[in-house]
Ligand binder design. Structure first.
Ligand code: GLN
Length: 508
C-alpha cells in the first residue's frame, strides 16, 4: 500500500478503517517533501511540527469515536495567498516577508474544522501575477514532469506539490487561470468554482471582481471532496453567493455524460496552438462522444477580446488593491531612519518590495483608471466584459458545457518567456473568459502531448452555479482515459524514468 500514491478518497478509507493513522500519512508526506522539494521547490514554508500535531488531534478524535468528515487527516498544500494564523503569508512577495497574519481566511477555517492537515504554504507568482511562478520574489518552482520546465502559475507551487506526490490535495486561487493553467501543465485537476461560491475573506486580493479560490487535486473525486468542504456562503465576503453548493461529489462519482450537449469553442484552436495539444483535445472529445455526449461547435466571437479586456480590468483592480502595502501596516519597511518622511519610506519600501511584474501592473492599472483615460480603457474593457458574458449566455442556451484546451501549449522552458510579457499572458487565452463572466471552469488531464511528452489539459466550462457539470464531465473523461492508460496520468510520471527521482514508482 502506498500512502503517497493514494488519492485523498483512498486515504480517507484507510484512515477510517484504522489501517493507517493520520500521523503516518502526514509523516510520509513530510518525508517526501524532504526528499524531493530541493528539486521541485513547491513550498515556501513547511511546518512539520504543526502538521503532525494536527494529525495527532485527528487520530485522537477518531480514537474517541468522533464522526469525522472525509477529509479529516488528509494533508494539504496551501497557496501562500490564504491567511493562516501562526504561519507566514507572503503571497510570493518580498514586501510581505515576515508577515504573520492575525486571522484565518474563511477557507483556512473550513479546512481546519474539517480536520485537514496543512503541510505548509506553496510558492506562487508575486500577488498571483504570472503563469510560471518565475515572478515569485523567492524562487521558481519546477515542473515535476521535467524540472527544466515551468509548473504554471500563479499557483505553480500547489500544482507541483500534487504532481511530486508531496500532498494529495492543494488549494489555489484563479483570477485569470491560476488554478487551471498550472493543473493543465502538471497533469493535475484544477477547478475554478463559480465566482462567489468560495469565500475571498482572508485571501489576499489581486483583482477582487475576478479572484476565485478553488480546489486542486490529482483526481476529479478528490477535487470534489475538497470543493464541498471549502464552498458555500460566507457573510464575511460581500460577493459571496447565498445558494446551496451543487452536489459536486455526487457528480464526480457518477460521471454520466450520456445525452449531455458539449460545445466546442470554435475560437480556441488553430494558429498558436501546439499540434500535440490539439490532438489530445480532439481525442478527449471523441472519448466523450463515445460515452454518449453530443458534441457541437459553438462560436463565442467576443472571446478573442477577453485577454486585452482582462489586462485592463485586472491591473486596474491590482493598482487599487496593492495600495494597501504602504510600509506602515505589513511586512517590509525600508528607509525608516528617522530622517526620511512617510512618503519617502513608502516609496523606498514599494520600490524594493515589489517585483517588476507587480510594478508593471500597478503602473498600467493606475493609468487605465486615471481621469481622462478611464472611459477609454477601464470603461471599454467593462463593456467587452459584458459582451463576453453574453457570449456565454448564448452558448449555454444551446449546450450544457463548453470545452477547449486549457492552455494553448504544454509547459514551456523556465526562462523562455520572462522577457516577453505578451507571450507569458497568452498562457491564459482560454481560461480568462470564465473569470470575466464569473462562470465555473475546470482543467482535467487528457494525456501527454505526442510532440514533447508533457501533460495536456482539457478545459470544461459550465454556467454559474452549475459546478457539478464540471465534475460530471471530468469524471467521465478521467475514468475512460484511466481504463485506456491503466491508471491516472500521474501514475505514468511515477513509473517513468523521468519521475524516478520522486521514488514513488515502486509504490512507496
Ligand atoms: N496568469 C494570469 C495573470 O498573470 C492569471 C493570474 C491568476 O489567475 N491569479 O494575471
Amino acid at each position: 500500500m502506498s500512502i503517497l500514491r493514494a488519492t485523498a478518497a483512498g486515504l480517507s478509507d484507510l484512515l477510517a478503517s484504522g489501517e493507517v493513522s493520520a500521523r503516518e500519512v502526514a509523516q510520509a508526506h513530510l518525508d517526501q517533501i524532504d526528499a524531493v522539494d530541493g528539486s521541485v521547490r513547491a513550498f515556501l514554508h513547511v511546518d512539520g511540527e504543526r502538521a503532525l500535531a494536527a494529525a495527532d488531534a485527528v487520530d485522537a478524535r477518531r480514537a474517541a469515536g468522533e464522526d469525522l468528515g472525509p477529509l479529516a487527516g488528509i494533508p494539504l498544500a496551501m497557496k501562500d495567498i490564504f491567511t493562516m494564523t501562526g504561519a507566514p503569508t507572503t503571497c510570493g512577495s518580498r514586501i510581505l516577508e515576515g508577515w504573520i497574519p492575525p486571522y484565518n481566511s474563511t477557507i483556512t477555517e473550513r479546512l481546519l474544522d474539517a480536520g485537514v492537515v496543512v503541510l505548509g504554504k506553496t510558492n506562487m507568482d508575486e500577488f498571483a501575477m504570472g503563469s510560471s511562478t518565475e515572478n515569485s520574489g523567492y524562487f521558481t518552482t519546477h515542473n515535476p514532469w521535467d524540472t527544466t520546465k515551468i509548473p504554471g502559475g500563479s499557483g505553480g507551487g500547489s500544482a507541483a506539490a500534487l504532481a511530486a506526490f508531496e500532498a494529495p490535495l492543494a488549494i489555489g486561487t484563479d483570477t485569470g487561470g491560476s488554478i487551471r493553467q498550472p493543473a493543465s501543465v502538471t497533469g493535475t485537476v484544477g477547478v475554478k468554482p463559480t465566482y462567489g461560491a468560495t469565500s475571498r475573506y482572508g485571501v489576499v486580493a489581486m483583482a477582487s471582481s475576478l479572484d476565485t479560490p478553488g480546489p486542486c487535486a490529482r483526481t476529479v473525486l478528490d477535487a470534489a471532496l475538497l470543493h464541498s468542504v471549502i464552498a458555500g456562503w460566507d457573510p464575511r465576503d460581500s460577493t459571496s453567493i447565498n445558494a446551496p453548493v451543487p452536489d459536486v461529489v455526487g457528480a464526480a462519482r457518477s460521471g454520466d455524460v450520456a445525452g449531455m450537449r458539449i460545445g466546442v469553442v470554435r475560437e480556441f484552436g488553430g494558429e498558436g496552438y501546439q499540434p500535440g495539444v490539439e490532438q489530445r483535445f480532439a481525442e478527449a472529445l471523441a472519448v466523450l462522444e463515445g460515452l454518449g455526449a453530443e458534441i457541437v461547435e459553438v462560436s463565442c466571437p467576443n472571446f478573442e477580446y477577453a485577454l486585452p479586456a482582462y489586462y485592463l480590468i485586472m491591473p486596474s483592480e491590482v493598482s487599487s488593491n496593492l495600495a494597501r502595502f504602504d510600509a506602515m501596516r505589513y511586512g517590509l519597511r525600508v528607509g525608516d531612519d528617522g530622517v526620511n518622511g512617510v512618503e519617502e519610506v513608502m516609496n523606498l519600501t514599494r520600490g524594493a518590495g515589489f517585483g517588476a511584474e507587480a510594478k508593471r501592473r500597478i503602473i498600467i492599472g493606475t493609468y487605465a483608471l486615471s481621469s481622462g483615460y478611464y472611459d477609454a480603457y477601464y470603461g471599454s474593457a467593462q463593456k467587452v466584459r459584458t459582451l463576453i458574458s453574453r457570449d456565454f449566455d448564448a452558448a449555454f442556451a444551446q449546450v450544457d458545457v463548453l470545452v477547449s484546451p486549457t492552455t494553448p501549449t504544454t509547459a514551456f522552458t523556465i526562462g523562455e518567456r520572462v522577457d516577453d510579457p505578451l507571450a507569458m499572458y497568452k498562457a491564459d487565452l482560454c481560461t480568462i473568459p470564465s473569470n470575466l463572466a464569473g462562470n465555473c471552469a475546470a482543467s482535467i488531464p487528457c494525456g501527454l502531448s505526442p510532440d514533447d511528452g508533457l501533460p495536456v489539459g482539457f478545459q470544461v466550462m459550465a454556467p454559474p452555479l452549475a459546478d457539478d457539470r464540471l465534475y460530471r464531465v471530468g469524471a467521465a473523461l478521467e475514468r475512460e482515459l484511466a481504463t485506456r492508460w491503466g491508471g491516472g496520468l500521474l501514475d505514468q510520471l511515477a513509473t517513468s524514468p523521468a519521475g524516478a527521482y520522486l521514488k514513488v514508482g515502486d509504490g512507496r
